[in-house]
Structures are given as structure tokens and as C-alpha cells.
Design a protein around this ligand. Structure first.
Ligand code: WT7
Length: 631
């Protein structure tokens, strides 16, 4: 299949695409691409001219083939014992009601809708409702701060924002509606006014009477939705019409609005899900990711539902009420495919095997890992302890930009190597290039690129096609550059080695150093900041910030706390620096460029590997930094 997929992509993918419902078939050409900046504008199109709808393919199509009474979603609340479930029929009815409401308040094809929800069933419902009417959803992870949410609202100008009043995660309660209120205030001050804030009453967390309300703008979901019909006509869209925008961090500047379109994304997420998890109709599938990230788009919502799968959606935290919660859920729903991130594996590994072994886990069949390279010791624990050495692990390498898996095992099909994502998926042609962009063959290491398009590839960055081209296609002309380092062993296995740009991966969350720096320097007492990633036992990478204070301001613990607070407020708690290192000065070249290489060595205390510091404008800053390392 792989051979055919790369030698005859048109035939391969059109055969698969034909399994879906198309109102009208695509044109003569299955795909069209220009992957080479030297030949003009970068352009990727799949199934252009084909008319379809991804919501129809997820729901109506499966219902028509007899899956109406199959469970689509098992929802497990934060509190054990709080749960519910929904069949494909019921899910379709709920999606249609919301879709009708959205149309009624003036959401048209091509309009944006921002979704700021925790892992309630209403989150996939809202995504599917947008897709049904051709609206573009932009889900913002509900851990982002008001400022980050405002920034995204300003960029994509939604007609409607969908949220809920509050949510409990573990023992914490988060007042989402208040965060949305401040974000809407901030965006309105910048001239972007959102007409409607549709708010779901999550009464397990908070009663509606306690919620602050802006009359005329705020609407309770439960007050309006039930009045709408449970059927709703589908908006047939071109395969290349936008499906969603999802913001992600880059090495510079503000977050990028990654744009995915309909047809190619649909075919790709469905196919990757099916093969990389060896999906069978009797499986119960649980992915622990939040729909606020790409994993939740492709592998909580679209990929599984396109396959007619039963999905577990979990609202809570994996360590609440105790660290056995995941296995409790696995046993409760008889989960057979369990997909998670290395950071979770490592954090549970520290707690000891007894929290795992008291659960049966007999239902498990395939395990999956995503978000960062999984270190071999965590891989072995996942394999031996969680999976009782029975379940193959799909270590899936991919990105927000790629839409779906790029390098992944086909479970059971070939020997595993702990820590390697193994081989490319169908249709994917990875290459490793050297600094000059020259392809290297065989056993080697270098930069991971891709040589030609695949259906799930993103098509542009919202409002900034130029940034799309310069970020991804200009570093090594002729290729898509992933931003990751990689090596290939003598057997052809791929080993991802992490980002080579200024992006940090904290617990599988992608954070741009530039974003954290700009938050820090907005603090009135901070003159300059430089942020680097440093190895972290559980999170993979931690955030390490060097901070230069305004002249005359003394170091203090309070100041340290307020610097961390600034980052929490501007980005979100997940981006809070782990360490603030006072820096009287930063190591810069004579032309003023910060030498991050040196900062990384200081942060990881590899002081004998600082290398040549003689090119610095002031080499003495290095000694000052070392002296302050443990202050
Ligand atoms: C970056 C993409 C893709 C969904 C989650 C993150 C790293 C992701 C793996 C893996 C090694 C991985 C890469 C990539 N990454 N999965 N299996 N092995 N590295 O999506 O936020 O777009 O981040 O995550 O560095 O570039 P994202």
C-alpha cells in the first residue's frame, strides 16, 4: 500500500476518498501542488471541485449504514460517577439543533465561530455544528488566558463565541465565562465586536444564577437550543473550503492561525486513525487530549467519528481523585485503544506500578503516544506495565500543521523500537536534509522535511500566506520543513529528536520562546528576557527564563512571582516559567544577537560545554550568570 501511495497518489487517495459521501465528485485532478517556493506561490489542493460535508460523513453517513444506535460518545465527568453517553442518532440531533441556532443568529458559510469550552460533549457537538453549516470553527484551549483568547478573537473575528460558565478539573474550579467576558471586552476595545456569547450551563461546576451576564449578548445554551428542530440541512462545501482555524506557536511573533480545509483533512484523519490504531468496529477508543489542540480535532472528533467509532470524552484530570483514574476509566468503558502523551506516562510512572496493577486493563489492545519523543524508559513502562507487554504502541509523529499522523507504526505490522516513531504513513515522503538543504540518504541525522503534499496538510496561515511560505517552505526550498531534528537508523526507522527552532515543548504543548519573552518584558520592572527550554523529568521540557531587571530594581521572591504571574495572565498557566534566573546582562554577540546556545548550557548546568565565548560583546556576563544560577 505504501508503494502505491507514493507512486500513484491520485489513484491511492481517490480510491479511499470514494468510500466517503460526495455530493459531487472532485474534478479531473485529484490533487494539485506547488511545494517549491522557487516556482512561485505555495499551493496545495486535494479533491478540488468535490462537494462534501465532514459532519455529514461523521454522522448521517454512519447512521444510514445502520450505526444510529451505536454509542458515539461516552462522557466521563470530573467526579467519578458523573457520566452520560450519546448514540450517533442522538449526537446528530444535538448537532442539528445547535446548527439551526447558529444559522438563526446569522452565522453563514465561511463565518468564524470561536469555541472556548472544556471537555464537555458540547465541545465536539459545537465543532460538528459549525462544520454542518460550513462555518469555520476556531477552538481555543480553555487553559489559555483572556489575553490569548482576545488575541485569537481579534485575528479571526467570530460572529459567535461558545463557552460555558465554569468547569471543575481535579479539585480546581475554573470560571471560563469570566475569562471570556474579559476577552470580549478587550477585543471590543480594539473594535472587534462579537454579537453572541452562547454559554452552556455546566451545573456540575456552577449554578447559572452566579454567572455575570451581559444582556443582549449572552445567551444560555439550554434556554435556546431545545427549541430548534433536530434535523438540519447540510451545507455542501468544496473540498478546499476551510474547515477550521487552530492557532499554534511559532518561533517568532504572534500565534499562527493554521488553516485546514475540508476534503483532504477528512480523508486523511479517517485513514490515519483507521490504520495507525488498527481500528475495528468493536473498539472503544479513548484519547486523553483536549479538543483545544490538534490531537483533539483529528483524533477525538473527526478521525474516530468518520470511522463510526465509540469515543470516550473525559472532562477531568488524570490524577483525580487519585492517580489510578485512567485505569478506572479504561476498565469502566472497556477501552481497547488508549492514546495519550509521554508526559502523562512519565507522571504516572513516578507514582508506582501498584496504582496500575489494581485495575484489570484486559480490554486494552493498542496504545498510542503523541506530543513529543517518548523516552525509551517511559516507552517500556507504558508497554510492560500499562499494556502488560501485550499491546503494541503507536508512537505517532505529526504536527498541528500536518493535520494527521505522518510517521507512525502500523501496530503489530513490524518490530517496534522503543522511542522510534518507525516509518512514514501512506503517502508521506519524509526526507532528512543537512544544513544546506541537501537530502541525505541512509543512516543519518539532520532536519526533517517532507518532499510532497499529503491530503491532511494545512493550506495557509490565516491572513498571512507569506508567513506560511517563509516559515515552512523557505528554509529548504522544495520541501516542507517541520522544525524538528531527526535521525534514521540502518533499518530505516525514524527517530525524532525534538525542535530545532525556538519552540519549546512543555508536556506536549507547543510554546514559542518569543511569546513568553514578550509577556515577561511587558512587566514594568523587566528590561529584557531570554527564554530557553531545559530538560524536565515529567514535562519533557521546562521553561527557563533569564530576566534582566530595570536599573536599580532589586531581586526578590515577590518579583519572581509577579513575573510568573504576567506569563500566566498573558498566555495561560501551562506556559508559566519553571525557573527565573536573574541576569545582570545577557550574552550577546557584538551585533547584539543573544547567544541562546550559551544560555541553554547554563540552564542545563553544562558549564564545561559553554564553547567559545570570546565572540561575545562582553564575555564577563557569562561568569555573572553562573554566579547567580542558584539565587
Ligand atoms: C511538535 C508538534 C501533533 C499533536 C501534538 C503536538 C512534537 C509530536 C511527536 C512524536 C516526537 C513529537 C514535534 C512536533 N511531536 N509528536 N510522536 N515524537 N515528537 O502538536 O503542538 O503542533 O507540536 O510536537 O516536535 O514538531 P503540535
Amino acid at each position: 500500500m505504501y508503494q502505491r501511495s507514493v507512486h500513484d497518489p491520485s489513484g491511492f487517495w481517490s480510491d479511499i476518498a470514494s468510500e466517503f459521501y460526495w455530493r459531487e465528485k472532485w474534478g479531473q485532478q485529484v490533487y494539485h501542488e506547488n511545494f517549491d517556493v522557487r516556482k512561485g506561490k505555495i499551493k496545495i489542493e486535494w479533491f478540488k471541485g468535490g462537494m462534501t460535508n465532514i459532519c455529514y460523513n461523521c454522522l448521517d453517513r454512519n447512521i444510514e449504514s445502520g450505526k444510529g444506535d451505536k454509542t458515539a460518545i461516552y462522557w466521563e465527568g470530573n467526579e467519578p460517577g458523573l457520566d452520560s453517553s450519546m448514540t450517533y442518532n442522538q449526537l446528530l440531533a444535538r448537532v442539528c439543533q445547535l446548527a439551526n441556532y447558529l444559522k438563526d443568529v446569522g452565522v453563514h458559510k465561511g463565518d468564524a465561530v470561536v469555541i472556548y469550552l472544556p471537555m464537555l460533549m458540547e465541545l465536539p457537538i459545537a465543532m460538528l455544528a459549525c462544520a454542518r453549516i460550513g462555518a469555520i470553527h476556531s477552538v481555543v484551549f480553555a487553559g489559555f488566558s483572556a489575553e490569548s483568547l482576545a488575541q485569537r478573537i481579534i485575528d479571526c473575528r467570530p460572529k459567535v463565541v461558545i463557552t460555558c460558565n465554569a468547569v471543575r478539573r481535579g479539585s480546581k474550579i475554573i470560571y471560563l465565562k469570566e475569562i471570556v467576558d474579559s476577552a470580549l471586552l478587550e477585543s471590543a476595545q480594539k473594535g472587534i465586536v462579537t454579537d453572541v456569547c452562547l454559554t452552556y450551563e455546566n451545573d456540575s461546576a456552577m449554578k447559572k444564577e452566579m454567572t455575570k451576564w451581559t444582556k443582549g449578548r449572552d445567551i444560555w445554551w439550554q434556554d435556546v437550543i431545545l427549541k430548534y428542530p433536530v434535523t438540519c440541512d447540510v451545507e455542501w462545501v468544496d473540498a478546499e473550503d476551510p474547515l477550521f482555524l487552530l492557532y499554534t506557536s511559532g518561533s517568532t511573533g504572534k500565534p499562527k492561525g493554521v488553516l485546514h480545509t475540508t476534503g483532504g483533512y477528512m480523508v486523511y484523519t479517517a485513514t490515519t486513525f483507521k490504520y495507525a490504531f488498527d481500528y475495528k468496529p468493536t473498539d472503544i477508543y479513548w484519547c486523553t487530549a483536549d479538543c483545544g489542540w490538534i490531537t483533539g480535532h483529528s483524533y477525538v472528533t473527526y478521525g474516530p467519528l468518520l470511522n463510526g467509532a465509540t469515543v470516550v470524552v473525559f472532562e477531568g484530570a488524570p490524577n483525580y481523585p487519585d492517580v489510578g483514574r485512567c485505569w478506572d476509566i479504561v476498565d469502566k468503558y472497556k477501552v481497547s485503544i488508549f492514546y495519550t502523551a509521554p508526559t502523562l506516562v512519565r507522571s504516572l510512572m513516578r507514582e508506582g506500578d501498584e496504582h496500575v496493577s489494581r485495575y484489570s486493563r484486559k480490554s486494552l489492545r493498542v496504545l498510542g503516544s503523541v506530543g513529543e519523543p517518548i523516552n525509551p524508559s517511559a516507552w517500556r513502562w507504558f508497554f510492560n506495565v500499562i499494556g502488560d507487554a501485550r499491546c503494541p504502541i503507536s508512537d505517532t509523529w505529526w504536527q498541528t500543521e500536518t493535520g494527521g499522523f505522518m510517521i507512525t507504526p502500523l501496530p503489530g505490522a513490524w518490530p517496534q523500537k522503543p522511542g522510534s516513531a518507525t516509518f512514514p504513513f501512506f503517502g508521506v515522503q519524509p526526507v532528512i536534509v543537512d544544513e544546506k538543504g541537501v537530502e541525505i540518504e541512509g543512516e543519518c541525522s539532520g532536519y526533517l522535511c517532507v518532499k510532497s503534499s499529503w491530503p491532511g496538510a494545512f493550506r495557509t496561515l490565516h491572513g498571512d500566506h507569506e508567513r506560511y511560505e517563509t516559515t515552512y517552505f523557505s528554509a529548504f526550498p522544495g520541501y516542507y520543513f517541520s522544525g524538528d531534528g531527526c535521525s534514521r537508523d540502518k533499518d530505516g526507522y525514524y527517530w525524532l529528536t525534538g525542535r530545532v527552532d525556538d519552540v519549546i515543548n512543555v508536556s506536549g504543548h507547543r510554546i514559542g520562546t518569543a511569546e513568553v519573552e514578550s509577556a515577561l518584558v511587558s512587566h514594568p520592572q523587566c528590561a529584557e528576557a531570554a527564554v530557553v527550554g531545559v530538560e524536565h523529568e515529567v514535562k519533557g521540557q521546562g521553561i527557563y527564563a533569564f530576566v534582566t531587571l530595570v536599573e536599580g530594581v532589586p531581586y526578590s521572591d515577590d518579583l519572581r512571582k509577579s513575573l510568573v504571574m504576567v506569563v500566566r495572565n498573558q498566555i495561560g498557566a501551562f506556559a508559566a516559567p519553571d525557573k527565573i534566573h536573574w541576569a545582570p546582562g545577557l550574552p550577546k554577540t557584538r551585533s547584539g544577537k543573544i547567544m541562546r546556545r550559551i544560555l541553554r548550557k547554563i540552564a542545563s548546568r553544562q558549564l564545561d560545554e559553554l564553547g567559545d565565548t570570546s565572540t561575545l560583546a562582553d564575555p564577563t556576563v557569562v561568569d555573572q550568570l553562573i554566579a547567580l544560577a542558584d539565587c
